[in-house]
Every structure is written in C-alpha cells, then in structure tokens.
Design a protein around this ligand. Structure first.
Ligand SMILES: [Zn+2]
Length: 272
C-alpha cells in the first residue's frame, strides 16, 4: 500500500486514532501514517477521474419506452456526452465502462472503475417505474440493508483485502482492521455526499422525482473503495420523460448539468 493510498484513506476521517479504537502498545503502528495524513496537495489528486457507467447494453436493452426508446441507447449517449463535457469544459478525467453497445456484467463495471482507480463511479440509467406518472431525476446509494450484507461478506479479511486492493500482508492485524473499516466508512460517506450534491445541484435545473435521494441494493454500487452513485436521469415508462430523453439536445443539456455538478462535487472539501 503506497503513501498515496494511505492518504486517500485517511483524508476526511480525522477521528482515526482516538482512544478506544487503539489499544496500548498498538498505537505507534497506527498513528504514524494517519497523523501524517494531512490533505494531500491538489497536484497529487488532479485531474480526478469519474468512471461513468452507461447502464445495460448488448443483449440487455434495459427499459423500453412507449415510443420504442431503448434505455441502453439513452444511457450510452448520455454517458458519452457527460464524459466529453467533463473533459472539455470541466478539466476532469472521465472514463466509460462501455463505449459501445455490448453487454457487461455488473461486477465487470465495478472492476473497470477499480482498475482505473476512479475517484467516483457514476452509473447512468433511465429505467421503468411501477407508476407511469413517476418522472424526474433521482439518485441512489447502496442501501443500509445491502451495506450490512456487504459488511458480512467482507468479514473474511483476506477476501476483503483482496477486493479493496490493499496489500496487508505485512500489516499488523489491528491496523488492517482499522484501514479496512476506514475505507468502507469513507466510501459510504463520500457516496452520500455525492448523491446529495448531484441531486441538489441538478435539481436547480432539472425536474426531480419525489424523494429523489434514495438507496437500494444495486450490485453496481458495491465497490468498497470508490464512492458510487446511480443516477436515474428519468423514467422511460413516463411519456414526457421519454420524449425528453430521446431528444439529443435535451440529453446534451442534462449531461452539461451533471458535468457541472460533478465538477463542483469533486472540488468540494466535503468529498474526500
Ligand atoms: Zn437501468
């Protein structure tokens, strides 16, 4: 685990090393790297990378609107436009989990983001809602229920470390525990900050769904070390949303608003 990774883990979690977590005699192993972990210089962290995930693709069309709009096409176009605007107008790095119409498993999408060491994972969707009147943008983080199951699944330390990408072979068990706990805590907190920033910011210009900040058990949001948000840009089951989402000019506008809000978010000190 390199210094940069330690810094990234520790930033935004100032309470590490507070009594009660650290037992006597173990503090020196823990406190040193963390006490030294001031916020890294901006040059170390920029340009930050957003991994954009266009939902569905290939054999999986996603939702299909009344006018025959495929969700997989809307999400791909929105994601490409968003990546373009992040790079060109916001000076950020942007990647795509898929750049064409092919099928990707959910785990593969997460893997792409983790391999790229993305600062944020953003999955783009435009699904069907049970109620045809439901319309507007909403954003999801992983639900508490899923987080609990997630925590249980990660109880196996070696599997957890493996998924986290940390080299803990030479790390004392208590330090490994705390670093892993910190990583998930940071990820959850940053995901909530991201969801709030996107919804509040985009809501100034775009119609929002009722209770637009939501959580659910989306597999694609389960990266343990990358803040992750799934944005439902609207619902193809709603005729007005479908009309909006199938209009290239409107998609460009939505992408521009999301790009603006992501840039604001990534520059915010509350998003570690
Ligand atoms: Zn979808």
């Amino acid at each position: 685990m390199d210094r940069r990774a330690i810094l990234r883990l520790a930033v935004g979690i100032p309470f590490l090393g507070v009594g009660g977590i650290v037992r006597p005699g173990q503090a020196e192993h823990l406190v040193k790297p963390v006490a030294a972990a001031a916020r890294p210089p901006a040059a170390l962290r920029t340009p930050r990378l957003v991994m954009i995930d266009p939902g569905h693709g290939g054999k999986d069309p996603g939702a299909i609107g009344h006018a025959g709009t495929y969700e997989k096409d809307v999400t791909l176009d929105l994601a490409k436009e968003l990546a373009l605007q992040l790079r060109k107008t916001q000076g950020l790095n942007a990647g795509l989990t898929r750049e064409d119409d092919h099928f990707l498993e959910l785990g593969e999408r997460v893997d792409v983001a983790r391999e790229a060491k993305a600062d944020l994972f953003l999955s783009i969707h435009a699904d069907s809602a049970p109620n045809a009147n439901a319309r507007g943008l909403s954003a999801y983080t992983l639900s508490e229920k899923a987080s609990d199951a997630f925590s249980q699944a990660l109880a196996d330390k070696e599997n957890y470390a493996d998924r986290l990408g940390l080299d803990l072979k030479h790390t004392k068990p208590v330090v490994a525990d705390i670093l892993m706990d910190l990583a998930t805590r940071r990820t959850k907190a940053a995901s909530l900050v991201a969801r709030q920033g996107i919804v509040r910011g985009a809501g100034r210009d775009l119609r929002l769904l009722e209770n637009p900040m939501r959580s659910a058990n989306f597999v694609v949001l389960k990266a343990p070390d990358i803040p992750s948000v799934l944005v439902e840009t609207g619902f193809l089951s709603n005729r007005q949303d479908e009309a909006l989402l199938r209009d290239p000019a409107q998609r460009k506008r939505i992408a521009g608003i999301l790009a603006r809000e992501l840039a604001t978010l990534l520059a915010s000190p509350t998003f570690a």
